[in-house]
Design a protein around this ligand. Structure first.
Ligand code: 5GP
Ligand code: ZN
Length: 112
């Protein structure tokens, strides 16, 4: 399968890793949109949020919990933003689900 994030998981493409366990990997985004910008991804390939199944509910919670814990570690105690883009209209460019965590600047609304 030709998936960029699966290649980061298997080590064939390097990334600046923040955290890893048997289910998830977190690494810094290559094009940061804030002073803190990292991604949390499942190790199993799931293309978009549409492919998330009922059995994946614990995994989804684990991704969110990992995001929160790492945000605190990265100095985002005052606040941060999580974003998950779903499919082309949602702005998703890499089709392996990922949670963006952005912090250490003022976030605005509405998003672009
Ligand atoms: P999306 O637009 O799909 O929500 O987000 C994809 C994110 O992946 C973008 O923020 C982009 O900068 C990041 N990205 C794309 N290619 C690479 C890469 O090779 N390494 C890392 N670390 N991030 C990447
Ligand atoms: Zn993948």
């Amino acid at each position: 399968m030709d998936c960029l994030f699966c290649k980061i998981i298997d080590g064939s493409i390097p990334a600046r890793k923040l955290y890893e366990d048997d289910q998830v990997l977190a690494f810094h985004d290559i094009g940061p949109q804030a002073p803190v910008h990292f991604l949390v991804i499942p190790k199993r390939h799931i293309a978009t949020l549409h492919e998330l199944s009922e059995a994946d509910r614990p995994l989804a919670g684990h991704i969110l919990y990992t995001a929160q814990r790492l945000a605190a570690e990265q100095g985002c105690a005052e606040g941060f933003r999580v974003v998950m883009n779903c499919n082309d209209l949602g702005g998703q460019t890499v089709h392996h689900i990922h949670m963006h965590v952005l912090g250490q600047r003022q976030m605005n609304w509405p998003p672009g």
